[in-house]
Design a protein around this ligand. Sequence first.
Ligand SMILES: Nc1nc2c(ncn2[C@@H]2O[C@H](COP(=O)(O)OP(=O)(O)OP(=O)(O)O)[C@@H](O)[C@H]2O)c(=O)[nH]1
Length: 364
Amino acid sequence: MSQVLGKPQPEEEDDDEEDELVGLADYGDGPDSSDADPDSGAEEGVLDFSDPFSTEVKPRILLMGLRRSGKSSIQKVVFHKMSPNETLFLESTNKICREDVSNSSFVNFQIWDFPGQIDFFDPTFDYEMIFRGTGALIFVIDSQDDYMEALARLHLTVTRAYKVNTDINFEVFIHKVDGLSDDHKIETQRDIHQRANDDLADAGLEKIHLSIFFLFQNSGIEKAFLFDVVSKIYIATDSTPVDMQTYELCCDMIDVVIDISCIYGLKEDGAGTPYDKESTAIIKLNNTTVLYLKEVTKFLALVCFVREESFERKGLIDYNFHCFRKAIHEVFEVRMKMVKSRKVQNRLQKKKGATPNGTPNVLL
Ligand SMILES: Nc1nc2c(ncn2[C@@H]2O[C@H](COP(=O)(O)OP(=O)(O)OP(=O)(O)O)[C@@H](O)[C@H]2O)c(=O)[nH]1
């Protein structure tokens, strides 16, 4: 099982071979991510919104989509290391489930899983409040289903949300592509892209940008770690087991890259940085595996193990990497915005003589 901000855990029996959600790192589970009771989330109709002045306010990501589209499965596989096969037994979600993903200083947000059947435009739901504090809205579409209803719902959701908050990032996940042929996948993505954007254009909302992509079931990446380059602690990994040898090999690769850059990459007066956005390295091992390192942020690197034959489709791997990097940057941006706005709000509150949590200061 993966661990967050930690060294590898002992291997666990896990027959699940597939890295189902490559392109999204698994930020692990365990005590770190379970610091909030998943069921402590707002009950249907009884939303318990975070106090905007509380220091607990976190960037919020909403998971929406029709019933059985796979929202809870995505959350469980990504954040709880559930094997994709086990998602078959997931019960339908009947209330909004909120969960804190606050495993480290790098990744810190709250994810809200909405039940598919919920009518969040029901007057009893304060959707304005929901969307106002939202950083990203992920809309999941089941590609094996007739997706016309999903597209109508997507349009309604996006237009409502945008009216309340123009800063929301809209991400559309085309899910369950495992059942589609390669041709059908491309055709489905093209069709969904076209229809979703046409609907927005018809509503005069071309400026809304929808990022639409597949959740790759098999990108050819065998194992991936998101490393903090300086400490060589991995802050996230995928759902396959971690073994010490693999982890150490990744650490060695980071050392090699940084050492070589320090020796030959810096200017004579020592100017420059040994690690920047151009940093990348590929090492072919003698066991038909390729080690691939790429910069994600100035602190983080993704280190992957890729089968040699899969590496021939390097474009696909790079595309996955690109989506992943973009998602990480968006999470950081959302987080920075929230931190800034919280500071401003706290300052304003202080000026007004109230404590950050909204209770007036009482001077005794
Ligand atoms: N073929 C396939 N099935 C999947 C995949 N992901 C999830 N499923 C299945 O889709 C079904 C519905 O998954 P859920 O995660 O419960 O869907 P949901 O959107 O949370 O559903 P509600 O809670 O009813 O809104 C389950 O039987 C899952 O096993 C996938 O990648 N491929």
